[in-house]
Design a protein around this ligand. Sequence first.
Ligand SMILES: [Zn+2]
Length: 466
Amino acid sequence: MKQYKTLSFLLGLLCCWPLVSTAQSVVSHSQQQALTILRDSVAMRTVAGHGKVPELAQYLTQQLLSAGFQQQDITLIPVADTVALVARYRAKPGASQKPILLSAHMDVVDAKPEDWLRDPYTLTEEAGYFFGRGVADNKFAVSVLTATFMRLKSEGYQPSRDLILAFSGDEETLMHTTQALAGEYRHLIDAEYAIVADGGGGLLSEQGEAVSFTIDTAEKTYASFTVTATNPGGHSSLPRKDNAIYDLAKALVKLDEFQFPVMESELTREFFRQTAPLIGGEVGKAMNDFVRGVNKAQAITVLRSKPEYIGSLGTTCVATLLSAGHAENALPQSATATVNCRIFPGVSVNDTLQTLKQVVANEHLQWQVLDQPKVSDASPLRKDVFDAVARAIHPYFPDLPIIPHMASGASDALHFRAAGIPCYTLSTIFQKSSDEFAHGLNERVAVHNLPRAMGIWYALLKDISQ
Ligand SMILES: [Zn+2]
């Protein structure tokens, strides 16, 4: 039965997937499995509100069982209409080290088929790319991690510590499954550290040469505030001295002119040190000067002029939404702006709010914190993790710089990190900046990534669990 199934998989692949044709006459069984899982998972529209994540989780469970995992080592955790999946790869008897967690997410941002050139929920291979919603974010990682677990299991590999696979089910929206994993179900995923396969990764130049490999070891706190000016208002033919729109506008001008103090950390210094030679020129020199403490004021001015680096130098806040007034011929009774902040790790949301209030210096304005921002500290730059990643990457890209980075937005790592599990976020996808379409139209990933990703994960998982 098993052989028949394998053969039918293979025939299916041969007929439909050129990856298996000409140049590569022999494609390993595990690569076929990864491709099959990618194809099948892209076909499931695991979008918030569609209730499809449990179907994908069941499918992945069946895959793992077919490779020899035990039912009791696989747990599905339902949360509303979605689910998290946890699978434990048991270590050989007598293992004493804490487990390592491998994480990705099964849900995707929705894609409207009428807007895409190809059906987003059918994996399509064309011109050297896989197209489809989730081929990059994050079903690629779900597929290659699952297939790698299956490969190791079917080879009879016995790790010297447990490896835990945890797939969340609503990373793109509420992250309730992630919070359940990090909270109530902590015992299922407790680990010495986590590798979160959803961010960072390999950067290729537009000519296709590898430039660097990034591991996110911290993320800034995402927090939004509203600031509101109110006024009794009245008829616009009878303007009064005070005015809600003017009061708010004056506050926003002050925020525009303000910059939060420069901050730095082990992580940002290492990021600048390694990025400087790759960038070169004025910006590269500024990074070097910043790290060495030479001409620092000038270096900060240069780096702050670049939107891609300003966030590495401290907290940033910017006005993003505005709403005011209620009629063309009435004095405004209220004016509200939303200010979105990316707070440097180690700084609290409340301290940031107090700073904004002091800068604006108008006690009549009302401030509010939106949602419930989650704060997480930076994870330490663990040499053992960086060295293991380097050993897995360098056979493909010798000497490629492996650079720590601070992410500017929220991912599953936020909740694991906040729960005290250090996180290292990386993707085994290597891509050009111009191929980045995650969350957008015609999401794609270059086909060459799949066999390489299988090789990298295989080497990395063995390395960290031996
Ligand atoms: Zn993602």
